[in-house]
Design a protein. Structure first.
Length: 155
């Protein structure tokens, strides 16, 4: 697991879900103002190796007050990247605990469960929660890409 922080909160994500950790240079503002408010978490896009990644502002995603993001988690096998404040460390977890019933809103979509570390309990994020296939389709269309067949996108 990769432990990262956003707004003073530590989260975990499977290392297998992350292709690369990089700085925030090269981001291009994404104009989503005319789209539904749920797209406001997508602030930027990044063109890399012929692929477009839609960049999620983790503060907006998790409903945390704005902070300064210094790192970018490029997700594996997904056209998404996540802006985070910092990378803490990598660690192994022995088990993933189910979410308690107190988690009854959007967090049931955001988190796969809770990891118990020796010094803390950390929510483990679901990488699929950052960008759905429907959101990807809308963002591709909004950024000038044209869908030509099921899931195929031409640039």
């Amino acid at each position: 697991m990769i432990l990262f922080s956003v707004g003073g909160t530590t989260f975990a994500i499977s290392a297998a879900a992350v292709e690369e950790i990089r700085g925030v240079s090269g981001l291009v503002p994404l104009r989503t103002g005319y789209l539904h408010a749920k797209f406001s978490k997508f602030k930027y896009k990044l063109e890399r190796d012929g692929r477009t990644y839609f960049v999620v502002d983790s503060n907006a995603h998790f409903h945390i007050l704005p902070t300064r993001h210094d790192r970018l988690l490029m997700l594996r096998n997904r056209p998404a990247a996540i802006l985070v404040d910092a990378i803490d460390r990598m660690t192994e977890i022995s088990s993933l605990q189910a979410l308690p019933r107190a988690f009854n809103g959007e967090e049931r979509i955001w988190y796969r469960g809770l990891a118990v570390l020796k010094d803390a309990v950390v929510p483990v994020v679901d990488p699929d929660s950052f960008l759905t296939k429907a959101e990807s389709t809308v963002l591709n269309a909004a950024s000038g890409k044209v869908s030509i067949a099921r899931g195929a996108v031409a640039g």
